[in-house]
Design a protein around this ligand. Structure first.
Ligand SMILES: Nc1nc2c(c(=O)[nH]1)N[C@H]1C(S)=C(S)[C@@H](COP(=O)(O)O)O[C@H]1N2
Ligand SMILES: [Mo]
Length: 326
């Protein structure tokens, strides 16, 4: 997203995905892979996360509908084309490098203006909650989009259990910083002041569409997509949907958030999907659905206000000038 990284963001995904398909599908490539299979195999297995016993048990009772929904982005595109700057700035960095991330055991610190602060194990956060599949449109600020069948628990249910104080007006989130396992953090290619941070106004966080995802496509999350637990806010640009969360903080003031701090003119705190308000360097009127249709997969779709969820969420912003509060 920063201008110094423009090139990698405009690399058409056809080039990136075709390269991968070529590597995996070619006969000579297959032979070449045999020699490396020992090493490659371990890496490939690490990319998936098998989930904790509590998560596996909950997943086994879910009957996913995504396979019958032809709008859903095929799973490999979601896993292999991702933003997760802790692993590097390129779309394939998370897939190539996140295998080394350890996600168990995983603790989330809850602090700030809340009645039930403390360190919560992953299983304790999800044990009492109802696991649901939610098929959402997902729109990156870079103007590409997918349709992802998330599996998760409503953020509101978790917040209610934690019992924030009445003066807590915002919820802030932080991603893990594991320098040994996250090459993007130590190499500091982007001037992000780690940890990656995000935040929501309390009424946004309590909205029933806001989800804490622990899986997708009926399986535990892949590490590239933010295992073991990440936020999904479908009416906002993708950067709000912070991955691999280790801290939930309740606060009175609007929290500092990563992209807003880095480039306030380009990325707002609200970041509601809005075709009327262009990014300073590109239009937000249309988007590239991945994988694309049409010639070279380059066809575009209209971007919808609030990413198509206006009916449900526009009321949260009644009376606000959405050009000013982008
Ligand atoms: N910690 C962290 N969370 C992150 C990011 C990141 O770089 N680091 N990138 C964001 C952006 S820009 C997008 S588009 C989504 C991508 O999520 P996906 O892998 O599920 O497509 O993750 C968001 N969450
Ligand atoms: Mo994004």
């Amino acid at each position: 997203m920063p201008s110094i990284l423009k090139e990698c963001h405009v690399t058409p995904r056809e080039i990136f995905l075709n390269r991968r398909r070529f590597i995996q599908g070619g006969v000579s490539a297959a032979l070449a892979m045999t020699a490396l299979s020992g090493a490659r195999h371990a890496v490939a297995d690490d990319r998936a996360w098998s989930g904790t016993p509590v998560l596996r048990e909950k997943l086994s009772t879910l009957s996913p509908a995504w396979e019958r929904d032809d709008r859903v982005t095929p799973p490999q595109y979601h896993r292999e084309y991702a933003n997760f700057y802790e692993f590097g700035p390129n779309k394939d960095d998370p897939w190539e490098r996140a295998g080394q991330l350890t996600v168990e055991p995983w603790k989330v610190r809850v602090d700030g203006l809340v009645d039930k602060p403390g360190d919560y194990w992953f299983d304790d956060l999800i044990r009492e909650a109802a696991l649901e599949e939610r098929i959402y449109r997902f729109r990156c600020v870079e103007a590409w989009s997918m349709v992802v069948p998330w599996v998760g628990i409503s953020l509101a249910s978790v917040i209610k259990r934690l019992q924030p104080h009445s003066d807590a007006r915002y919820v802030a989130f932080e991603t893990a910083v594991k320098r040994d396992e996250m090459p993007g953090v130590s190499r500091a290619l982007v001037r992000i002041d780690w940890p990656y941070r995000e935040g929501l106004r309390m009424d946004e966080a309590l909205h029933p569409l806001a989800l804490l995802a622990v899986g997708a496509y009926g399986e535990p999350l892949y590490k590239a997509n933010g295992a073991p637990i990440r936020l999904v806010v479908p009416w906002k640009y993708g950067f709000k949907s912070i991955k691999s969360i280790v801290r939930i903080h309740f606060t009175r003031e609007q929290p500092e958030t990563t992209w807003n701090t880095l480039a306030p003119d380009e990325y707002g705190f609200y970041a509601n999907v809005n075709p009327e308000v262009d990014h300073p360097r590109w239009s937000q009127r249309t988007e590239r659905r991945i994988p694309g249709g049409g010639f070279l997969g380059l066809s575009r779709e209209e971007t919808l206000p609030f990413n198509g969820y206006a009916e449900q969420v526009a009321g949260l912003y009644a009376g606000m000038d959405l050009r000013r509060w982008y």
